[in-house]
Design a protein around this ligand. Sequence first.
Ligand SMILES: Cc1cc2nc3c(=O)[nH]c(=O)nc-3n(C[C@H](O)[C@H](O)[C@H](O)COP(=O)(O)OP(=O)(O)OC[C@H]3O[C@@H](n4cnc5c(N)ncnc54)[C@H](O)[C@@H]3O)c2cc1C
Length: 420
Amino acid sequence: MVATITNFKRLPIQDRLSIAGLLYAMLDLYRSDNTFQQYDDLDAQSLFVKLGISDRLINEFLRPTLLVGLFKPPEELSAAVTMELLYFYALAHQDSFDVRWIKSKSIAEHLFAPLSRRLISRHHLQVLGGTLVRRVTLSSDSLRVSSVEVENVATKAVQVIDGVDAVVLAVGAKGLKSLMAQSPELSKVAPELVGAASLGSIDVVSARLWLDRYVPIAYPANVFSRFDSLKGSGGTFFMLDQLHKDAQQALWGDEQPQGSVVASDFYNASAIAAMSDQEIIDRLTRDLLPIAHPAFTNARVVDSEVRRYPGSVSLFSPGSFRKRPPLETSVESIVCAGDWVRMGDKEHGAKGLCQERAYVCGLEAGNSLIRRKIVNGADHSHPVLPIRADEPQVVLGRALNRLVMDPIEALGLKLPWFNS
Ligand SMILES: Cc1cc2nc3c(=O)[nH]c(=O)nc-3n(C[C@H](O)[C@H](O)[C@H](O)COP(=O)(O)OP(=O)(O)OC[C@H]3O[C@@H](n4cnc5c(N)ncnc54)[C@H](O)[C@@H]3O)c2cc1C
């Protein structure tokens, strides 16, 4: 709240102070597995209300923050994951969190293409682009994977890969759902994957506008807060020309640079996704951007692009924790990786919708296969860097809370927000 004092200028101090109870709940979150589970069963909105956080702070600060941090409003989010996100992104790493936007081309071209080229040339990796895994078949004792069936999305050509040592399931809930529907043996022996496949996911829409003039606004990275025209979704917009002052040409490709380039993402965006591309562009240029800053009123759109990503993002709903996929599954040669995976004793400090979490989990999935000698990796397991340690006041607060709360709970008493 202190760090954002210059960004949220209109929030009165008494509303800001009402967040204190949430700081206590954050200290309480990891007291025991049972405590974490109880917070996970609770939705974040109910927790905020029970902690006495003011309506204004919820609606003007926490709700828009969550809509762009976990892509859902607080009533649809696990209170546990909400607190993990706020702690990881805001409280613990305030000074190391900032927005960076790749200057030219895409992450796929700049990061993944060179990585895959290197793996192909040095380690004989075969990459099947535009290809989905349709079915996983198990060995007769159901302990291992025997083959994987894949389908090329464009040509519909099906290929069966035999002699599979191991499978890393790095898919989200939507992908897992269709995979489990086609893999009856796997569904039978791995109920945890069936449970994970039943979890929800979130639609995202992104739009990019090339404008005929430069629009100078105070901050390059912005959150739309409380706009009815968002139809319940969260929204952000980034002034790419301000984030990359030295790369105007790259932003415009072969065209002569004319003005600002705005990237806007909509999360929890099912209603927006149902609109046509032109309606989405109109919504941005008429109902959103000019209200965020009047200088957008006269800007004309020279070019635009809209992309839809249905069911592409993990939804951390209340009570979802016990259903999220584990790192190691009932089938010894299948491991899971991704931001929604529960990592058990390998759990990492990066939380929420987060590439760092997905990446670390991928390393841990590989390490698990090597450690259990399911694949021959000899000395090739990857080190995982922990996030930096909790600050002393957090460590002390957690210890004091445990000292007080454990005996109280042993007497059968609960914190008031756990009484329904
Ligand atoms: C608009 C937006 C902005 C974001 N901004 C940030 C940010 O600034 N910082 C950050 O850390 N995180 C950010 N995130 C979150 C981040 O992108 C995710 O946390 C991360 O991508 C999760 O990685 P993952 O490997 O778990 O899943 P994904 O990246 O979703 O990968 C799953 C992959 O599985 C593929 N797949 C599905 N089914 C199959 C199948 N049957 N066979 C083969 N493949 C299949 C999918 O096509 C997909 O490519 C953002 C997300 C979005 C949508």
